[in-house]
Design a protein around this ligand. Structure first.
Ligand code: HEC
Ligand code: HEC
Length: 333
């Protein structure tokens, strides 16, 4: 009897090991609409959604560079310097809310923002819709996905969000280890994971995305010093208790997305980890300990999105011309 219980326990072991870990493997999404994903992919790469005709979502969330621009803060329309570091779009469907301060509820709500942001793509939703409506290849695709009727910004952001849901990065070495391949990690990387857990990093950076689940104060124990004026959640709520509360970033693919923090101040992962353990946990790592944690973090790099570059439908005779040097859209557009 005892023996059979033991055997049963052993059979359940892989599942039990998962359950014990606060990080779960990331999986490819199911039940996505293929035509919608394809349309969203084209829109993600289409700079005609910007006033200049030059800036696309991919300009700042470069899918060849971990879904970021690797700049301290992004460059928008007219070479405008952005106020904050661009987070990755990879795995962003796992975020509890979008933006550093969580002000957009989900990916669809987020996607309308940059198009009409004067410091980013500098268009308007009306102009973006006019552009799409005058490109016959888009009209056809919108009708296929959303039925007959005019193109709307709602449909465009819905399609972009569907595409973004495909931007997950499974099969990192850490996930292979979680799934039972004990040789997937080196002793140093495994020791780094142990430190990540016992030191308390995992209290905030957990779940399948290793973050993205909560909004937390930057500087829980020791103040974080920055010249960046962003107040985090307090910028929306006006509550002083929300000062410096930011969305806990996703640590998947973190090796690819330097520089780090909302102000882009940490150039390297080593620097970011040293800052975190001090401001969030009131501790210091030895150099060896920190290197272990960094080695662990690098095992979180997964398979990057891999698809043929989308071919964008050509503009029609009535498609508004790009205005790369205008401050804002001309009135007659
Ligand atoms: C000019 C650069 C730029 C462009 C263009 C741009 N973004 Fe962003 N994106 C940013 C920055 C900067 C942030 C962070 C802003 C903040 O938190 O206040 C961001 C945030 C996001 C987020 C939230 C991620 C998170 O972890 O909170 C998503 C998703 C996103 N952008 C998708 C898009 C999509 C889709 C487009 C195209 C419609 C786009 N972006 C265009 C710079 C850009
Ligand atoms: C109390 C919650 C909390 C704890 C504990 C915590 N973090 Fe963070 N972490 C955050 C928040 C919030 C940010 C974003 C801060 C900012 O940008 O101002 C962040 C940012 C980071 C970043 C930069 C991510 C990026 O994309 O810019 C890294 C790397 C990181 N943490 C690693 C760690 C490590 C390693 C530990 C343990 C030593 C740790 N964190 C402990 C909440 C936490």
């Amino acid at each position: 009897m005892k023996r059979s219980v033991l055997l049963l326990l052993m059979a359940l072991l892989p599942a039990a090991v998962f359950a014990e870990e606060s990080i779960q493997p990331i999986e490819r999404p199911k039940h996505l609409d293929a035509a919608k994903v394809e349309l969203g992919k084209q829109l993600f790469f289409d700079a005609r959604l910007s006033l200049s005709g030059w800036i696309s979502c991919n300009s700042c969330h470069n899918l060849s560079r971990g879904g970021t621009d690797n700049l301290v803060s992004s460059i928008g329309h007219g070479w405008a310097q952005g106020p904050i570091n661009a987070p990755t779009v990879l795995n962003s469907g796992y975020n509890v809310a979008q933006f550093w301060d969580g002000r957009a509820a989900d990916l669809k709500a987020q996607a309308g923002g940059p198009i009409a942001n004067p410091g980013e793509m500098a268009s308007t939703h009306e102009l973006a819709v006019t552009v799409l409506q005058t490109i016959p290849g888009y009209v056809k695709q919108f009708e296929k996905v959303y039925g007959k009727g005019p193109v709307t910004i709602d449909h465009a952001t819905d399609a972009i969000a569907e595409f973004e849901r495909t931007l997950v990065t499974p099969d990192s070495r850490f996930d292979l280890w979680l799934k039972g391949d004990k040789r997937a990690l080196t002793a140093q990387e495994l020791a780094g994971y142990e430190l990540f857990k016992v030191t308390g990093c995992i209290g905030c950076h957990n779940g399948p995305a290793v973050g993205g689940g909560t909004l937390q104060r930057m500087g829980s124990f020791n103040p974080y010093k920055t010249n960046n004026p962003s107040l985090g959640v307090a910028g929306i709520s006006g509550q002083s208790s929300d000062r410096f509360r930011f969305k806990v970033p996703i640590l998947r693919n973190i090796e690819l997305t330097a520089p780090y923090f909302h102000d882009g101040a940490a150039k390297t992962l080593e620097e970011a980890v040293d800052t975190m353990v001090w401001v969030q946990l009131n501790r210091h790592f030895t150099t060896t300990g920190r290197d272990k944690v960094v080695a662990f973090l690098k095992t979180l790099t997964g398979k990057q999105p891999d698809f043929a570059l989308p071919q964008l439908p050509p503009s029609g005779p009535d498609t508004p011309a790009p205005q790369p040097f205008a401050d804002k859209p001309f009135a007659d557009n």
